[in-house]
Design a protein around this ligand. Structure first.
Ligand code: BEZ
Length: 210
C-alpha cells in the first residue's frame, strides 16, 4: 500500500541496532525521518549513512528523530557501521531497522518490484508531530540523496506549521517567504504586523519569521 502526503504514518515495532523500537514511541511528540537504503556494504549507501551521521546535530536542532532501514539483519548493520566510521569519518549515531522480513518495507511500499524485488529503493518519509506524512521522496538505488535538501524541506515544513507561510522555488533559510493562500489579508495583518509585499493578491511576500 502506498503511503502519501497527509496519510497517517503507519506505526510498527521493529528490531533495530539499538534494540526493539516502536516507531511512534521513538518519535514521541516530535518530527521524524524514516529512510530506506537498498543494502548494507554497498558504496552509495555507505556515503549516505555517513552524511546523515554528520548531519545528526542539524536534525537534533530541529527536533527531528532519524531512523534508517534496510532488509539486512542487525549483525550486518553493526559490522557495516565500522566501515562507515572508517571511510566516512562518522559513527552511525541513529538506529537502523533490520527489516529482514520486509514488514516495514511493505508497510511503506519501499520495495518496487520492477526495480528490485529483494531490496528497498531509497525512500524518505518525513513525519510530523501529528504522525501525518509531510514529505515522501523516492530515489533510485544508484543516486545518493541530498540530505541538505531534506533539512531544507524540514525548515520549510516547520515554518508552515508555525507561521502559516510557504516557501518559494529554491528558497533558502533566511530568504523571504510567502503567506499561504488560506490566510486572509485580515488575518495576515495580525500575523505579520510589519506588512508584506503584495505582488499579486495570491502572491504575498513577507520576511521570514524568526
Ligand atoms: C549502492 O548503495 O551503492 C547501490 C546499491 C544498489 C545498486 C546500486 C548502488
Amino acid at each position: 500500500m502506498s503511503v502519501r502526503i497527509g496519510d497517517e504514518a503507519p506505526n510498527f515495532t521493529a528490531e533495530t541496532t539499538i534494540g526493539e523500537i516502536n516507531f511512534y514511541d521513538y518519535l514521541s511528540d516530535g518530527w521524524g525521518i524514516l529512510f530506506s537504503h537498498p543494502r548494507d556494504f554497498t558504496p552509495v549507501c555507505t556515503t549516505e549513512l555517513g552524511a546523515v551521521a554528520h548531519l545528526k546535530p542539524e536534525f537534533d536542532r530541529r527536533g527531528v528523530k532519524v531512523i534508517g532501514l534496510s532488509v539486512d539483519p542487525s549483525e550486518s548493520h553493526e559490522k557495516w557501521a565500522a566501515d562507515i566510521e572508517e571511510t566516512q569519518g562518522a559513527k552511525v549515531n541513529f538506529p537502523l531497522i533490520a527489516d529482514h522480513d520486509k514488514r516495514v518495507a511493505d508497510l511503506y511500499d519501499m520495495i518496487h518490484p520492477n526495480a528490485s524485488d529483494t531490496a528497498t529503493v531509497r525512500s524518505v518519509f518525513v513525519v510530523g508531530p501529528d504522525k501525518k506524512i509531510k514529505l515522501s521522496l523516492t530515489y533510485p538505488a544508484s543516486t545518493g540523496r541530498n540530505f541538505d535538501e531534506i533539512l531544507r524541506v524540514i525548515d520549510s515544513l516547520q515554518l508552515t506549521a508555525k507561521h502559516s507561510v510557504a516557501t518559494p522555488a529554491n528558497w533558502k533559510n533566511g530568504d523571504d517567504v510567502i503567506i499561504v493562500p488560506a490566510v486572509t489579508n485580515e488575518q495576515a495583518k495580525e500575523k505579520f504586523p510589519g506588512g508584506w509585499n503584495e505582488i499579486k493578491p495570491y502572491l504575498r511576500v513577507v520576511k521570514q519569521p524568526k
